[in-house]
Design a protein around this ligand. Structure first.
Ligand SMILES: [Mg+2]
Length: 423
């Protein structure tokens, strides 16, 4: 019989920073959101100081200073790279894997005759720590929902050492009782309020609740949650996520944009990124949409989008850039201070099944050459990172890019910032 494990990186963003910069180890550390807005991650040490998630930085700057908390801008290329390394190690030690988020994965693993998965879990934890300097928590159970609960229990129970197996635990019901309904995977705010009004407070009570009443209110979704709580497997491990419907790259500017040239520049950078993402997933877009808007806090509200349907689907940066730059004139307005803009690649289809247009048929030779060029650019950028090759427009000086004043100096995705060891 197979067991399901949920592996989760502890304080992931903060741990990534601590892993590449040992001087941050055992210190209170917080990471800020884009534009250094609010706190989105805390090291274990910062948690004990009762610094809350989501707190706006400007409000607690003084307090953080007083407490000696280290503050860093978010560095997503580092977290993304560490995540890839983490998932690659996990892949080698399981039968099936579903990457659920940047630091979480569901794993299907064969349960041995003696039912004991602790040696496997302990080995995996050690391996991840030795290779990446990251600590993980492993929750094991009969299915995905119970594995999520087991993971929560592993974090809560002091003697668990980061591993909890609900599948073989004695007295499972008493553990389920410890999980409040709000903390069950798939139970949202409204649902938990309704459950509380019915006197259902924890996972144990939800498991034993009248199934007809639950189904009447929450339909199949509620029924599935209850069955998984009972130990049945309803939710499969999804190795390949359903294909994306659109690829979106959008950002808020550190300072509002008022010039058309700046808007074009920002949209060009987002287009380069979005096209690269499409190529990485073998997708092509048939519709390209762009938008820009003023700040939600502005008194003068302005929002506009424009799109173009393509005769032939593409993921070629050259073609899409031309379209986006042309479209940007349609959404620009000189009277408004633009706070955010973005590009959306839509109507995506699989690379291999694309019908070629008969009207605008580029010679196979030319499109073949263009494809090779894009592949070469992508592989060079993958190899050396940090956009060694990009389009001229992306290299212009920016005054509007995101605030990341507190970015840590070290990196594993930028060759110039790799830590140096002097012997
Ligand atoms: Mg986590």
């Amino acid at each position: 019989m197979n067991a399901i494990a949920l592996v989760d990186g502890n304080n992931f963003y903060a741990s990534c920073e601590q892993s590449i910069n040992p001087s941050l180890k055992n210190k209170p550390l917080v990471i800020l959101s884009n534009n250094d807005g609010c706190i989105i991650a805390r090291s274990a040490e910062a948690r004990t100081l009762k610094i809350r998630m989501g707190e706006p930085y400007f409000k607690i700057k003084k307090r953080l200073n007083k407490l000696g908390v280290i503050v860093l801008s978010s560095n997503y290329s580092l977290y993304g790279d560490m995540s890839k390394r983490l998932m690659n190690i996990l892949k080698k030690h399981c039968e099936k894997i579903e990457i659920y988020s940047i630091d979480e994965a569901f794993i299907s693993i064969h349960r041995p005759h003696n039912k004991d998965l602790f040696p496997w879990a302990r080995k995996l934890r050690t391996l991840i720590y030795q290779n990446l300097g990251l600590t993980i928590t492993i929750g094991i159970a009969e299915n995905k929902l119970r594995a999520k609960l087991a993971n929560k229990l592993a974090k809560r129970i002091n003697y668990s050492a980061g591993i909890f197996d609900l599948g073989i635990a004695n007295n499972k019901n008493s553990y389920l009782k410890e999980i409040n309904v709000e903390n069950i995977w798939g139970i949202g705010n409204q649902t938990s309020q309704w459950l509380r009004s019915k006197g259902i407070k924890n996972a144990r009570e939800l498991k034993d609740m009248n199934q007809h009443e639950l189904k009447k209110k929450l339909g199949v979704v509620g029924q599935r949650i209850q069955l998984e709580l009972k130990g049945y497997q309803c939710l499969p491990i999804e190795e390949k996520k359903n294909q994306k419907k659109e690829i979106r790259v959008s950002r808020s500017f550190s300072q509002p944009i008022t010039k058309l040239d700046d808007l074009k520049h920002a949209l060009a950078i987002y287009t380069i990124r979005a096209s690269e993402k499409m190529r990485a997933q073998n997708l092509k877009a048939s519709v390209v949409t762009i938008f820009a808007r003023t700040s939600h806090y502005s008194n003068f509200n302005y929002q506009k989008s424009a799109y173009k349907k393509l005769i032939e689907a593409t993921n070629n940066t050259n073609i899409i850039l031309k379209i986006v730059i042309e479209l940007s004139k349609e959404i620009y307005h000189p009277d408004y201070k633009l706070a955010k803009a973005g590009v959306l690649m839509q109507d995506l289809s699989d690379y291999n099944y694309i019908q070629k247009s008969i009207i605008n048929y580029p010679s196979d030779d030319k499109s073949e050459r263009e494809n090779k060029l894009m592949q070469t650019i992508d592989s060079l950028n993958n190899k050396f990172r940090n956009e060694v090759i990009t389009w001229g427009i992306a290299k212009k000086k920016q005054s509007w890019s995101m605030n990341r004043k507190l970015l840590s100096g070290t990196s594993i995705t930028n060759i110039e910032k790799i830590p140096t060891i002097i012997i």
